[in-house]
Design a protein around this ligand. Structure first.
Ligand code: FAD
Length: 294
């Protein structure tokens, strides 16, 4: 590592933002305000999750469509193939197209009962790679897929998980966006392993600016992300100090992003949790402001 963790931000840095569909009128207002504020940063794209966390799929499609109407930033709709026929999934892709959405984040999705084995729909796509291939037959979508620096929990091993990532990219995806992580070295090692595996597409780190260790544990339990002791120590004793906790969160995420940037990472995907402030602050620190370099 060089002596400076704060050289001039790199001019080529690109960012993207992920939202989830709102469940109430109030949540919708928050989302739209957040999207407006973050759209001003001229992100590469903004995405809307699909059917995750108990939200309905219709809500995802209409939320993605309303963002697409509201902004000229390209919107990506997430799309999963779990529990649906190929025809139904293809129809959602066509709905995205008619809403002006040409970028899809293609995913398998999780079984409806957590912890039970994934069962493909009898007439469905069996995994994300098949979904990607199906989408390319519908239209020339820009397609992103998921990658797992700490290995997907159902994968036989790290090698087969990389085989699967390569299969998704070979099937027609342009880039991979990673599950979140709390240790930048985890990402950097994964990027090296992917390159050694013949993966040439861009791997974009997914950055989750969680506001405290309790929330981090909750998210980490959902996806198996390792929480290093350094992170535990950072938040230790801050349970009753939300303001300090939130400052520490942003500072920690900023250090992580800067370290990735110093190692050549040029694209960042932020899991915004539909809130603008932390993602906007991190973008500025990365040198990204209104599409110009600070
Ligand atoms: P796949 O790539 O199909 O892989 C699933 C598992 O099967 C892996 O273990 C893989 O190694 C294995 N596998 C696949 N094909 C084969 C094969 N031929 N042989 C052997 N093994 C194989 N979920 C939602 O419900 N909605 C969302 O909007 C959403 N957005 C997400 C966004 C990102 C950036 C990420 C990282 C995840 C998101 N998820 C979302 C979660 C995702 O649906 C789950 O992680 C799901 O368990 C796996 O999806 P996948 O697309 O990675 O599956």
């Amino acid at each position: 590592e060089t002596h400076s963790e704060h050289p001039a931000p790199h001019p080529g840095t690109e960012v993207s933002f992920e939202f989830f569909p709102p469940k109430t009128d109030r949540a919708e207002e928050t989302l739209l305000q957040t999207a407006d504020e973050l759209a001003r940063l001229r992100p590469h794209f903004m995405t809307m999750t699909y059917g995750a966390g108990g939200t309905t799929r219709d809500r995802s499609i209409s939320a993605a469509a309303s963002l697409a109407r509201r902004t000229d930033v390209p919107i990506a709709g997430h799309l999963t193939c779990v529990g649906a026929s190929r025809q139904d999934v293809d129809n959602v892709a066509r709905q995205y197209l008619s809403a002006g959405i040409r970028h899809i984040v293609a995913l398998r999705g999780d079984p409806p009962v957590p912890g039970t084995p994934f069962e493909p729909h009898p007439e469905g796509y069996r995994n994300a790679a098949e979904l990607v291939a199906g989408l390319t037959r519908i239209a020339p979508f820009d397609i992103s897929v998921a990658a797992y620096p700490e290995v997907h929990p159902e994968a036989r091993n790290a090698q087969s998980d990389l085989d699967n990532l390569k299969a998704k990219l070979d099937a027609g995806a342009t880039r991979a966006i990673t599950q979140f992580f709390f240790d930048p070295d985890v990402f950097l090692r994964f990027r090296d392993k992917a390159a050694a595996h013949g993966i040439t597409a861009e791997i974009v780190p997914g950055i989750l600016p969680v506001s405290g260790i309790a929330q981090a544990y909750k998210f980490a339990a959902m996806c198996g992300a390792h929480i290093p002791d350094t992170v535990r120590n950072l938040f230790d004793g801050l349970d009753d100090h939300p303001e300090t906790r939130s400052l520490v969160t942003t500072a920690f995420a900023a250090m992580m992003c800067r370290r990735l940037q110093n190692h050549g990472v040029r694209s960042f995907h932020f899991y915004t949790l539909n809130r603008p402030a932390q993602s906007a602050a991190l973008c500025r620190l990365l040198g990204h402001k209104n599409g110009t370099v600070l």
